[in-house]
Design a binder for this molecule. Structure first.
Ligand SMILES: [Zn+2]
Length: 248
């Protein structure tokens, strides 16, 4: 474990727990799966997060072109990854929607993408902790927050009607984004409003990750982890990378 990661873990009081998790994630070093070798190469690069982002862009292009080659899905890679431990080169926080099959739209395989999914791609303690684990223990060099078109959680948050207490809890997390968009662009309605809220909600989730996690903040501020935000069009699977990425 590097000194900076250890320092960050000490700051969050996680050193013992993550030590155990690191051991579980590690294992023997022989017979590296191709995907593990790729991830180790990316993690060791000075700008590994940029390389990881490039892989996602290329994978989405293959998917859209009908040229997906499903890397790291052969039985031997799957078996070795299970023995050796996961080495994801990216951590993605996205919606639970079944029309967002993350590995397929980026044409990646087993052990390559650490995915945290929750309706409305919001974040609270469990999601933030999961992201922290992927960046600190697994050393993923890229963090992506991704929303999607036609998101039911976004529509429900805009509608503003109570559903159940548990559903209301994640709708409440989206609500500030709804209010900010309505205040800034009061004439927006329908799909245009949903689209604007979806993108604002992605940025809001990233800001929330910074606000609630010193570990994530430190990793992004130091340049150890790159950040990207995105929206996927569920009618095509096309991922659009958004600008105005919030900084820690
Ligand atoms: Zn959704």
């Amino acid at each position: 474990m590097s000194k900076s990661i250890r320092t960050a873990l000490v700051l969050t009081g996680w050193v013992g727990t993550v030590g155990v998790l690191l051991t579980a994630a590690g294992g023997c070093a022989h017979n590296r799966a191709p995907n593990a070798a790729l991830a180790e190469q990316i993690i060791s690069e000075p700008h590994g997060g940029k390389h990881a982002l490039q892989l996602l862009k290329e994978g989405n292009e293959r998917f859209l072109a009908g040229d997906a080659n499903s890397p790291s899905t052969d039985p031997e890679t799957i078996r070795i990854a299970a023995v050796d431990g996961q080495k994801p080169f990216v951590s993605i926080l996205t919606c639970a929607d079944s029309r967002v099959p993350v590995e397929r739209v980026f044409d990646r395989g087993f052990g390559e993408i650490f995915v945290v999914r929750v309706a409305g791609n919001v974040t609270a303690q469990h999601e933030t902790g999961s992201v922290e684990f992927s960046l600190a223990a697994l050393k993923a060099p890229l963090l992506v927050v991704m929303g999607h078109t036609k998101c039911g959680a976004i529509k429900a948050a805009i509608a503003g009607q109570p559903v159940t207490p548990n559903i209301d809890s994640f709708l409440a997390s989206i609500q500030p984004a709804v209010q900010r968009v309505k205040a800034a662009q009061p004439n927006l309605t329908g799909e245009a409003l949903e689209e604007a809220v979806t993108q604002e909600n992605v940025r809001q989730t990233l800001r929330e990750l910074y606000a609630t996690s010193p570990l994530i903040r430190e990793k992004v501020a130091s340049g150890a982890v790159e950040v990207a935000i995105a929206e996927i069009d569920i009618t095509t699977g096309k991922v659009t990378w958004l600008d105005n990425v919030p900084k820690p």
